[in-house]
Design a protein around this ligand. Structure first.
Ligand SMILES: C[S@@+](CC[C@H](N)C(=O)[O-])C[C@H]1O[C@@H](n2cnc3c(N)ncnc32)[C@H](O)[C@@H]1O
Length: 248
């Protein structure tokens, strides 16, 4: 993320105005350029209380706000950054409202840089996911969880209510002990799925095509960089740049 941003703004640039979408500590705490100011925005007081950590060396603050109505002047931010921020929005319309607002606040020379969880263009079947687990082709429980979640996003908004991920896991893998024996995953890790049991939160898993299409009125995709861990193809860092002007 840092490399993508500095690639656009220059290694030597100082004093960036950075806005973080959410309070992800790894994004807030990046080695941002000297004299940068970091403001994080999240609408959940609970998340702010539990997760927010100020930057260790730079000026930073957190603000309770919805990304579709930020308390920031137009054209005042150099960089928006976030970890799966758009994926935390429940519908395509919400996402469009947020992208419109980010475009208003971002300088025309600015950058929107997001790690995104991207679903395959053709959804996987639960049978093929289960077969991959049985053949040792799924290395971590979290990769399994995201694959099931993405396979559930077949509707027009490519979204899923989080408790459905729990229900799907329970129906595809009813025997947790057998799953633990087959994969070597600890019960402690597998049981993290229980957090999803009653959650009404909605996640959206865009495809690259749907993300480009939604962003198109305000942003172009400048680059897509892939990491080197499991499910790399589904966890790219996407760098978007704002259009100079937009249709009214
Ligand atoms: C940044 S996202 C993703 C965090 C984590 N890295 C992940 O991948 O699950 C999660 C955060 O977004 C916040 N959030 C979701 N929708 C929001 C919105 N419309 N405005 C402000 N914050 C929002 C949630 O409160 C939550 O703290």
């Amino acid at each position: 993320m840092r490399a993508a941003i500095l690639g656009r703004h220059g290694e030597d640039l100082q004093g960036l105005q950075v806005a973080v979408l959410g309070v992800t500590p790894e994004v807030v705490g990046l080695a941002w350029p000297l004299a940068s100011t970091i403001r994080a925005f999240d609408h959940s007081a609970d998340m702010v209380r539990k997760v927010w950590r100020p930057h260790p060396t730079l000026a930073s603050e957190v603000c309770l706000a919805d990304w579709s109505g930020l308390p920031l002047a137009s054209g005042s931010v150099d960089v928006f950054a976030g970890d799966n921020s758009l994926g935390a929005l429940p519908t395509f319309v919400t996402c469009q409202n947020v992208l419109r607002e980010l475009h208003r606040v971002l300088k025309r020379s600015g950058t929107l840089c997001l790690r995104c969880f991207i679903a395959p263009e053709v959804p996987e079947s639960f049978a093929s996911i289960s077969e991959d687990v049985a053949h040792g082709r799924v290395l971590s429980f979290h990769a399994l969880k995201w694959r099931l979640a993405m396979a559930l996003c077949t509707g027009p908004d490519q979204n899923v209510v989080v408790h459905r991920i729990f229900q799907c896991f329970e129906s595809v893998f009813p025997d947790r002990l057998a799953l633990a024996r087959m994969t070597g995953w600890s019960a402690e890790v597998i049981n993290t799925i229980d957090v999803y049991r009653d959650s009404d939160t909605v996640y959206t898993f865009f495809t690259i095509a749907s993300l480009r299409r939604l962003a198109m009125p305000w942003f172009s995709v400048q680059s897509i960089q892939y990491p080197d861990y499991e499910l790399a193809a589904r966890c790219p860092t996407v760098t978007l740049v704002p259009h100079a002007s937009v249709a009214p």
